[in-house]
Design a binder for this molecule. Structure first.
Ligand code: NAD
Ligand code: LMR
Length: 334
């Protein structure tokens, strides 16, 4: 016999989402290493009412599998046949893109550009055409170049709204928070600014309370955060890069934006079109951001007490970000 506690839990799972009010989310690249666990986490998010999954392979199977989970959201799988991409995007509020190839040991994220730039350009063109007001979250690498590609595509389509397009850097925040916790035992929000590749990743450990480190120890911690992705790529030994932690990070960022749209005050870091360093030729940057129903509400000033090592790291990151972004924009204009 079904126990009462189980019954009430089931009822909660269904009643917590109103299908009419919840967020409609498309995942493009949903059958991949990130796409599958990300879609699973989104299926369990009570604020999501509709989940459209698109991939060039295996997507109907992933969608059928997830659709048996007893949460209220409706899951549908789409393939390229029969205009599946456009159908997947129709009416969406959020488009999350983890489509593209991952790194193997010895590669940089920029080595993925030649393959992934074309994929993201195509998907951004479809999003700009079919759901131009949806918020776009780009996970695919190199984020530093691919978000600028999407921004240029949206500009060319006349629908660019910088508040709505973000490059997802949340995994860097997870790493910074976790690595600080390993030292202090405290779970804290550690902002990470700059970009998402090597030394463009600038964790602001000055903002973690109780982290008392020598300059050498701090330099090691910053290095570990900047090259945390390589740690996973090497451990996976040719079988890809971070997928599970990235799925968790992507689900958190999507949820943060949905909660902000529902009226909560939400602060996250993400890589966006940002003019604060435009005098240095840098038009994209990951900052501390406040979100609201429109997407990015406000770019917050960097904390006034960041350390000299962090200021120097930002200065090192800026020209690299400018060069990666310009490469993306030149590709998008081709
Ligand atoms: P994966 O190869 O396991 O999955 C990628 C999926 O994309 C595959 O299912 C593939 O069929 C699909 N795909 C390819 N072309 C497509 C297209 N035109 N339309 C739709 N789907 C398409 O790779 P993964 O491990 O999931 O990684 C995906 C991307 O995410 C990589 O570029 C990786 O570098 C990046 N990534 C970013 C972060 C970050 O912090 N932003 C973290 C980890 C990985
Ligand atoms: C990460 O930071 O884990 C991702 O960008 C994947 C990678 O290539 O390192």
């Amino acid at each position: 016999m079904l126990r009462l506690s189980t019954t009430s839990k089931l009822i909660r799972q269904f009643s917590s989402t109103s299908a009419a009010q919840g967020a409609k989310v498309a995942v493009l690249g949903a059958a991949g290493g990130i796409g599958q666990p990300l879609s699973l986490l989104l299926k369990t998010n009570p604020n999501v009412s509709k989940l459209n999954l698109y991939d060039i392979v295996n997507c109907p199977g992933v969608a059928a599998d997830l659709s048996h989970i007893n949460t209220a959201s409706e899951v549908t799988g789409f393939s390229p046949e029969n205009n599946g991409l456009d159908k997947a995007l129709e009416g969406m509020d959020y488009v999350v893109i983890p489509a593209g190839v991952p790194r193997k040991p010895g590669m940089t994220r920029d080595d993925l550009f030649d393959t992934n730039a074309g994929i993201v350009k195509l998907l951004a063109q479809a999003s700009a055409r079919v759901c131009p007001t949806a918020k776009l979250l780009i996970i695919s690498n190199p984020v530093n170049s691919l978000l600028p590609i999407a921004a240029q595509v949206y500009q060319d389509c006349g629908v660019f709204d910088p508040k709505k397009l973000i490059g997802v850097t949340t995994l860097d925040l997870l790493r910074a928070s976790r690595f600080a916790y390993e030292i202090t035992g405290k779970v804290e929000f550690v902002p990470v600014v700059g970009g998402h590749a090597g030394t463009t990743i600038v964790p602001l450990y000055s903002q973690a309370t109780g982290l008392k480190l020598s300059p050498e120890e701090m330099a090691k911690l910053i290095y570990r955060t900047q090259f945390g992705g390589d740690e996973v790529v090497q451990a996976k030994a040719g079988k890809g890069s971070a997928t599970l932690s990235m799925a968790y990070a992507g689900a958190r960022m999507t949820d943060s934006m949905i909660r902000a749209a529902n009226g909560e005050e939400v602060i996250e870091c993400a890589y966006i079109s940002d003019n604060q360093y435009s005098s240095q030729g840098v038009n994209f940057f990951a900052s501390l951001l406040k979100f609201n129903k429109d997407g990015v509400q406000e770019i917050l000033s960097l904390p006034s007490n960041i350390s000299q090592i962090e200021k120097d790291a930002i200065a090192t990151a800026l020209p690299q970000i400018a060069s990666a972004a310009n490469k993306g924009i030149a590709f998008a204009k081709k």
